[in-house]
Design a protein around this ligand. Structure first.
Ligand SMILES: Cc1ncc(COP(=O)(O)O)c(C=O)c1O
Length: 468
């Protein structure tokens, strides 16, 4: 007996007479319970008839019944599509763009302006350039390039990345030293597993620091030990007093304070790693966005043997690309490659080939230049708005990145409570305390990259209102 993948329909289950009613019922039920959503095309009548081994007239008739009920569109020649169904109690939720941090349930839905950090302006994704590059890749890719390939990633991407990272971040790493991963998150996961296998139990992390990165490491069994961050970056003296033999840092633009690791601290950190046989994990998550000062070269450039360097396209293109890179010291390369292979046999080939092409053609650089300009003007707009509406706030970390930090040194009370009050005005801000392991001055991390100047102005006005 025939059957169809579509809704797993089997005419064997149908009554002897009344095939049309049976089919219409099955499709109607799927529309009502949400398996078939608005906009979903129904299979072509001829194909479905063939799959089910019934006459095409049965399918045409069933579709017509559903069209009469207003459940599907029936435009001759244009195919049949599911129309929206309004279910009692269903709410049209605004499409939320999740950031890396899990905010309390319901918060994103309540926010009209979501200032979560870490998300670029996704409406600016270079769609046309990507499509052009993908088309060219598909026309030219060899059969081998579509196979399982090297778990470290496609040769052409690793070659392009080596040049790109040398030009933009000062790295000296050949293609064979790079492991393509699905983002900084996977780089941290692989490192955590390999370090655990080598007997490490803890890793020093910045406090305040990225909550997402900390949770990721903890999930894979490494205990994150907080080391305080001051205006020069992570306190290397405190790090050296502890037992940790690995340390995760964001040296170029500390998350979330925006501090750049000071030159003396850089030297002290490298000395610590050298003397203690320690590993520095460099999270270079938003290195491409510098506004007011020259970029600081990556730490990896100074000491490739002591640093595992991680970066991604999450801030330059979109987090949903899940494309990143890990450049570990030689001594960890084989184990990390093995961990990557054990995880997923290697990252998806096609996006890697497309990214390689966008780097080679200069289009990635062009895109970043454009976005940098836009983000700079958004940052300036937020700064103006904060001066106007929140003159008491201390503003930090404005020279780079996609977010800034405001703190309120004299303020009593919890920034998490204040964030809840601000949410009632329709603005989602992340309290600084979410990114801390130890108590400290209250504040908010404000991601500005995804919002127009007008909305940023409105957000600042509402934050002030929520705090009053
Ligand atoms: C400091 C920091 N590290 C790592 C990540 C994770 O990045 P990826 O998307 O490359 O996994 C983020 C995401 O926002 C981040 O803010």
């Amino acid at each position: 007996m025939n059957g169809a993948d579509f809704l797993q329909l089997s005419p064997a289950a149908a009554p002897v007479r009344g095939l049309t009613g049976w089919l219409a019922d099955a499709i109607r039920a799927a529309i009502m319970d949400g398996r078939l959503r608005a906009g979903t095309p129904l299979p072509a009548t001829r194909l479905l008839a063939g799959d089910l081994g019934v006459s095409r007239g049965v399918i045409v008739e069933a579709y017509q019944r559903l069209a009469d009920e207003g459940l599907v569109s029936a435009r001759p020649g244009a195919g049949t599509q599911v129309l929206g169904v309004s279910r009692p109690g269903s709410v049209a939720a605004a499409p939320a763009v999740p950031g890396p941090l899990l905010v309390p349930p319901g918060w994103r839905e309540r926010a009209q302006i979501d200032l979560s950090p870490g998300v670029p302006d996704l409406s600016g994704f270079p769609r046309a350039a990507w499509i052009r590059a993908e088309r060219a890749v598909l026309e030219q890719a060899s059969v081998t390039e579509l196979g399982y390939g090297d778990p470290r990633g496609s040769q052409s991407l690793r070659t392009e990345l080596a040049g790109w990272l040398a030009r933009t971040r000062g790295l000296r790493a050949g293609p064979d030293e790079i492991i393509v991963v699905t983002g900084v998150a996977q780089a941290l996961a692989l490192l955590a597993r390999v370090l655990r296998a080598r007997g490490l139990e803890e890793i020093a992390v910045e406090d305040p620091g990225s909550r997402g990165a900390r949770d990721d490491l903890a999930y894979w069994g490494l205990r994150p030990v907080p080391v305080p961050v001051d205006e020069h970056g992570m306190g290397v003296a405190e790090l050296a007093l502890g037992q940790a033999r690995a340390a995760l840092l964001t040296p170029a633009h500390q998350f979330p304070t925006g501090v750049v690791l000071a030159p003396q601290r850089r030297r002290d950190l490298l000395d610590w790693a050298d003397a203690a046989d320690g590993l520095i994990v460099e999270d270079d998550y938003d290195a491409e966005f510098r506004y007011d000062r020259a970029p600081v070269p990556a730490l990896h450039a100074s000491a490739p043997g002591l640093v595992a360097y991680a970066g991604s396209t999450s801030k330059t293109l979109a987090p949903g690309m899940r494309l990143g890179w890990l450049i570990p010291p030689v001594r960890l390369r084989a184990e990390l490659t093995e961990a990557k292979y054990a995880s997923d046999l290697g990252s998806p080939a096609l996006p890697q080939l497309v990214l390689a092409r966008l780097i080679a053609s200069g289009e990635l650089e062009q895109h970043i230049r454009l976005v940098r300009k836009r983000q700079r003007s958004r940052r300036d707009a937020l700064l103006r708005a904060l001066r106007e509406h929140l003159p008491q706030a201390r503003v930090q970390g404005v020279a780079a990145g996609l977010h800034l930090l405001i703190t309120f040194p004299g303020l009593d009370g919890s920034d998490a409570d204040l964030a809840e009050a601000i949410l009632r005005t329709g603005v989602l801000v992340q309290p600084l305390s979410w990114h801390r392991q130890r108590p400290g001055v209250p504040g908010f991390v404000l991601g500005y990259a995804a919002h127009t100047p007008d909305r940023l102005h409105e957000a600042a006005r509402r934050i002030a209102q929520g705090m009053s």
